[in-house]
Design a protein around this ligand. Structure first.
Ligand SMILES: [Fe+2]
Length: 228
């Protein structure tokens, strides 16, 4: 659960393995970007040991706590208590939102706010009752996604679980979860066309391994159904 540096101003830290309603265990990950002013931007913060918090504090002040997907909105709560001065940012919350919807967060749009414009670009994936924001960290040419692309490895001796992962369309090397895919093909197409206009080679997913290189081809493959 240590802080892992991926690039000059980009880190990830894995959180606990969570279990969803269908008893599928899935890894969780947060992303940390150090902005030009030295402040830290933290997306989908996870529960972390105190050593990780200490390591973070050495990198700079935590200024932004971001929930790019409504399903991670609840994760802002404890970090808001830890870093009360940090600004909160969230996707529009909807029926998928878990936990407290009353946090004083600013809603993310397709336009980067002044706080990180020119450093992080953003694109909202829109469907009925669901929005998730994807970011491009320009300096490291890294795409940051949460739930809309996932990759889960099959487990030995667990055929039922592996069947669920396959059915969910998220078996390694990964894909767009069946439920999110069902929300809006048009929204998916608009999203992927915008994202493919960006310059990136690495992909960080909240639920899956880091794709260190070749991320453009990975996204094209995962979204082939929407581009057809
Ligand atoms: Fe998630």
């Amino acid at each position: 659960m240590a802080l892992e540096q991926l690039d000059a101003d980009l880190w990830v830290a894995d959180g606990p393995v969570a279990v969803d309603l269908l008893v599928v265990p899935y890894p969780t990950r947060m992303t940390v970007v150090r902005l030009a002013d030295g402040g830290l931007w933290v997306a989908s913060p996870v529960p972390t040991p105190v050593e990780v918090l200490d390591a973070l504090r050495e990198l700079g002040p935590v200024r932004h706590l971001v929930s790019p997907t409504p399903r991670h909105h609840w994760r802002l709560e404890s970090w808001h208590a830890l870093f009360p001065d940090a600004a909160l940012w969230s996707c529009r919350t909807g029926p998928f939102t878990l936990g407290d919807k009353r946090l004083p967060a600013t809603v993310l749009t397709d336009e980067a706010p002044a706080a990180w414009a020119g450093q992080l670009d953003q694109a909202v994936y829109r469907g009925r009752g669901f929005e998730e924001t994807t970011f491009l960290h320009r300096a490291s040419r890294t795409l940051l996604v949460e739930d809309i692309v996932q990759s889960h490895r099959p487990s030995v001796g667990r055929p039922l679980l592996n069947g669920l992962i396959r059915f969910g369309n998220v078996q390694a090397p990964g894909g767009v979860p069946r439920d999110i895919r069902a929300i809006s093909r048009r929204g998916a197409r608009a999203w992927v066309e915008r994202v493919l206009s960006w310059d990136f080679d690495r992909l960080v997913m909240a639920h899956g391994p880091v794709v260190a290189t070749g991320a453009r081809a990975y996204v094209e493959r995962a979204f082939a159904w929407a581009l057809r």
